[in-house]
Design a protein around this ligand. Structure first.
Ligand code: FAD
Length: 405
């Protein structure tokens, strides 16, 4: 078993690490200052556009997309360590390199299932970083971890679909650059097969009947960096039938396909956040003294740091193994591993961030360190893309299958 990255990955890692040191970390304070002076908190700070231009110039662009025609053509195993590096500065680096969710998943859907017209109109500008996008599935009125509950209607009326429903926690939708929604709804609510009732349609933001109502909060944060998480109402919004992605009844299958690579990306970015937390813990521990001793000399601090290091090494191996399996046996063959990383990574990283916050005292929950915001972001990943319990249920059922009489 060879644990080394291949030459292309190493080369991209070195370039991305240099880009982070030279441009991204120095831009963090600038971006915060600029954000405080923006006309609207949902606008993008100018320094982000500068970072995008520089990343593109350096070829550190669309690294996530395995499709070589549209993106970098990297395998999951090649891209995963790069996602980890961008996770160290999650507010800036994924956007700077055009590798931010939910655009990544949406671009994958358009590259894989979109027709030529849809790709020209929406995928092209997304790949160029000119616009942003959102994925609208979850609804406040039904338990949306079960996608068969979705009530939004997509009704055919002549050459148009009429979309009616209420969605919430639609990431990115508060950003005025978010020009297109991929909406999941039901075209055949009475169909016999509950997994063939759903379809996906493209709904431009400026369609009459679309209202971005408000920003939902995350532990009191509005998450301006990622375009917020909006409540969006579709009130008889009409789009041409050519805006259907794939076929009628294909929405459930597309949603499943969309989530596999996205989970690798989220988990590797979380590992990057954990690495940043360990670094912050160590720096703080050697620089503060309490009761006559550096914090770094306290046994409990040793335990926190050692446990964090062990956990991160374990997680990284599991996520990289999962990426390798997706590349070699496909998403279906890697089903158990994809669920395992989605269960293990957010909860472990939340624990590491919690220790790092504790070590920083009041500073840990303040705006002067990134820890509180990272904690809020990591905690939501125990819900977003499916709550832990749903993955545990499905993984355990597959495990039990062999033993059932
Ligand atoms: C920050 C953030 C960003 C998000 N971004 C998006 C987005 O861009 N687009 C989008 O469409 N959605 C988004 N979501 C929504 C997210 O995907 C849903 O919250 C998630 O799928 C759960 O759905 P729900 O909130 O309706 O919870 P429910 O389905 O009501 O579930 C509530 C709880 O019930 C329990 N539960 C459910 N099923 C089971 C089971 N089978 N076994 C045991 N326990 C179970 C779990 O503990 C679960 O947390 C986002 C959420 C957050 C917090």
């Amino acid at each position: 078993m060879d644990f080394a990255f291949d030459a292309r990955t190493e080369e991209l890692r070195a370039r991305l690490l240099a880009f982070m040191d030279e441009y991204v970390y120095p831009a963090e304070a600038v971006a915060h200052e600029q954000r405080a002076r923006l006309a609207s908190p949902w606008d993008t700070p100018p320094v982000v556009e500068e970072l995008k231009a520089e990343a593109r110039r350096q070829g550190l662009w669309n690294l996530f997309l395995p499709d070589a025609e549209h993106g970098a053509g990297l395998t999951n195993l090649q891209y995963a360590p790069l996602a980890e590096i961008t996770g160290r500065s999650p507010q800036l680096a994924p956007t700077a390199t055009n590798c931010a969710a939910p655009d990544t998943g949406n671009m994958e859907v358009l590259a894989q299932f979109g027709d030529e017209r849809q790709q020209k109109q929406w995928l092209g500008p997304l790949l160029n970083g000119e616009i942003r996008s959102a994925f609208a599935m979850t609804e406040p009125d039904v338990a949306s971890s079960d996608a068969t509950n979705i009530t939004t209607r997509i009704e055919r009326d002549g050459d148009e679909y009429v979309v009616t429903g209420r969605k919430w926690y639609i990431s990115g939708a508060m950003n005025p650059d978010c020009k297109i929604f991929i909406v999941m709804g039901k075209t055949d609510p009475d169909g016999a097969d509950i997994r063939r009732q759903q379809s996906m349609v493209l709904v431009p933001r400026d369609t009459p009947g679309v209202t971005v109502k408000r920003a939902m909060q995350v532990f009191g944060y509005e998450d301006h960096w990622h375009g917020g998480h909006a409540e969006v109402v579709f009130d008889h919004a009409r789009v041409p039938v050519s805006n259907l992605i794939g076929e009628e009844g294909g929405g459930f299958a597309i949603a499943q396909a969309r989530l596999g690579p996205g989970r690798i990306h989220h988990c590797m970015r979380l590992i990057g956040m954990a690495e940043r937390a360990i670094e912050l813990m160590c720096r703080r521990a050697v620089s503060r003294t309490a009761f006559g001793k550096a914090l770094a000399q306290q046994g409990v601090v040793h335990n926190w740091i050692a446990d964090a290091r062990v956990a991160v090494e374990q997680l990284r191996l599991l996520v990289l193994k999962t990426a390798w399996m997706m590349d070699t046996v496909g998403n279906k063959g890697a089903h158990t591993e994809i669920q395992a990383i989605k269960i293990a990574t957010p909860r472990t990283v939340v624990g590491i961030l919690d220790r790092a916050i504790q070590l920083h005292g009041a500073g840990g929950v303040s705006q002067d360190f990134p820890l509180a915001e990272l904690y809020a972001g990591a905690r939501t990943l125990m819900l977003a893309d499916g709550p832990d319990e749903v993955h545990q249920r499905s993984l355990a059922r597959r495990e039990l299958r062999t033993y059932l009489p």
